[in-house]
Design a protein around this ligand. Structure first.
Ligand code: NI
Length: 163
């Protein structure tokens, strides 16, 4: 295993939609998974997507509550209507924590490292991590979803003053 270098914004690979993985058991994929797990742990990340280590393939890893998830070709198959706003960070944006609004619950289908189809139903931190990482695989970044609390407050202040 080896620690990989984390790609930081504004590297263009972070904005590219990734390619599906056709051969899950390929040695190069096995090695990439092992290296990504090590890199996530060494950086205390909750999740890491392949584009963040310079590989534009549909693979991400997540670790929540001591449970490790390896997700190959994941897709969100259900999003709850109810949304919630949480503060999120990203290893590609060191030190940047911003409020992001997302569906509260999701269901995700993916393949595991053995090529088996898995389904994950999630809420809380796991739901958050799944949505953040799958967004990476679609070339989408959390900064696009920032809840502009300050702007909203400013508007409210202006309204108050007018009254
Ligand atoms: Ni991220």
């Amino acid at each position: 295993m080896a620690e990989l270098k984390i790609v930081e914004y504004p590297d263009p690979i972070l904005l590219k939609k990734t390619e599906p993985i056709l051969d899950v058991k390929k040695p190069a994929i096995k090695k990439l998974i092992a290296d990504m797990l090590e890199t996530m742990d060494l950086n205390n990340g909750v999740g890491l997507a392949a584009p963040q280590v310079g590989k534009s393939v549909r693979l991400c890893v997540i670790k929540v509550d001591g449970i490790t998830y390896i997700l190959i070709n994941p897709r969100v198959t259900y999003k709850s209507w109810l949304q919630e706003t949480w503060e999120e960070g990203c290893l590609s944006f060191p030190g940047k924590f911003i409020p992001v609004k997302r569906p509260k619950k999701v269901r995700v289908k993916a393949q595991n490292e053995l090529g088996e189809e898995i389904t994950i139903k999630a809420e809380g931190l796991l739901s958050r991590a799944l949505q953040h990482e799958i967004d990476h695989l679609d070339g989408k970044l959390y900064i696009e979803k920032e809840v502009r609390l300050r702007q909203k407050n400013k508007k409210q202040d202006i309204l108050k003053k007018k009254q």
